[in-house]
Design a protein around this ligand. Structure first.
Ligand code: OGA
Ligand code: NI
Length: 342
């Protein structure tokens, strides 16, 4: 509990040594371009005759970036604001005793508060973030383990997580259509699980040396991110970092490793990281839509033909997770055991 960055960071002036990343991985120059590079897609157009246009935009963004933002996505503005307020309140206003009850280093605990990564006690460098994580589905089963305070947490998280899952499912339908897969391809076991990570990145004494999250791909199928209004997320594209500009009320969508594999590398799961800033804290909520553990993952059969051989062997999702954690989220190493010779 005393390890939480938010518990001690206001009492220090300099960045503690264990938070200083080596020169190769530290952000160094924080002024990366954020100019309109990540596509912004207006989903309100999807219900009219422009559906095909939206499908094309989503597919293009997924091929080129593995990242995009959606606006007019159907999650009400008031809910977006309420959710952000509750998440901020959890980290910034809740008394230490309340947070202490949730802090745990036991990976078997479904709902827990931690700092940096689950590897805190073994890792070389710590991340400048605290993290609350728990499953969100099935709701009736997991809600009883969620934080009881702030008083609105359960109510707001319940509504928001349902909305996030709905939005994710809708986007997956567009993707199935764009890939030429049957409608509902991603429904069922491939997208059965939903969990959330609420991240809190307090102001950092030296953002050029620290990281909120190191370069990683999400291991799951697709991630729905409420990043709020504060900048910090960067995507690695063509050997360069580009910033994901915070757009008020937009939702950030990124593809996880499983979408890359199922699409046989047609779509891309992009590497990303989080940088910090010295002025204000940043709070985000990432909703991870994932296959259930025993789901067989493989390149979708309709995408395989004489010219397109499968690039990955079939495997159980839990095998991938094992590889992902063993390799500390390193994308190339995590994918390696599942690759077939092209
Ligand atoms: C994540 C993630 C981005 C952010 O939780 O996997 O990439 O901006 N979060 O917090
Ligand atoms: Ni991520």
């Amino acid at each position: 509990m005393e390890k939480l960055v938010s518990s001690w960071c206001s009492n220090i002036k300099a960045l503690p040594e264990s938070y200083i990343f080596p020169p190769e991985t530290r952000p160094g120059n924080l002024n990366v371009p954020t100019c309109n590079s990540i596509p912004v897609i207006d989903l309100s157009k999807a219900e009219s005759q422009n559906r095909t246009e939206i499908v094309e935009q989503i597919l293009k963004a997924s091929e080129e970036f593995g990242f995009f933002q959606v606006v007019n996505h159907g999650i009400p503005e008031s809910l977006m604001n309420q959710a952000m307020d509750v998440f901020k309140e959890f980290f910034e206003i809740l008394p230490a005793e309340e947070k202490a009850m949730l802090y745990s280093e036991d990976p078997k605990k479904g709902c827990r508060l931690l700092t940096s990564t689950p590897n805190y006690n073994w890792e070389k460098n710590h991340l400048w973030r605290d993290n609350l994580r728990h499953p969100c589905h099935p709701l009736e089963e997991c809600i009883k383990d969620w934080p009881e305070k702030p008083i609105k947490y359960r109510e707001v998280m319940a509504i928001f997580s349902v909305e996030a899952k709905k939005l994710g499912s809708r986007i997956l339908e567009f993707m199935a259509e764009g890939l030429g897969l049957e409608c509902g391809y991603f429904r069922g076991k491939l997208s059965e699980e939903l969990s959330v990570g609420v991240n809190h990145y307090p102001p950092c004494p030296d953002p050029s040396l620290a990281l909120g999250l190191t370069k990683h791909c999400d291991a799951n199928l697709i991630t729905i991110l409420h990043q709020g209004d504060i900048y910090g997320l960067q995507v690695f594209k063509d050997g360069e970092w580009i910033g994901v500009e915070p757009l008020h009320n937009a939702i950030v969508v990124n593809l996880g490793n499983q979408l890359q594999i199922i699409s046989n590398n047609k779509l891309k799961s992009a590497e990303h990281r989080v940088v910090t800033n010295s002025k204000v804290s940043r709070t985000t909520a990432a909703f991870f839509i994932s296959p259930s553990d025993d789901t067989i993952i493989e390149p979708a059969k309709p995408l395989i033909d004489a010219c397109n051989s499968p690039l990955y062997r079939p495997f159980q999702y839990k095998e991938f997770l094992q590889s992902f954690y063993t390799n500390n989220g390193n994308n190339d190493l995590a994918l390696e055991p599942f690759k077939l010779q092209a």
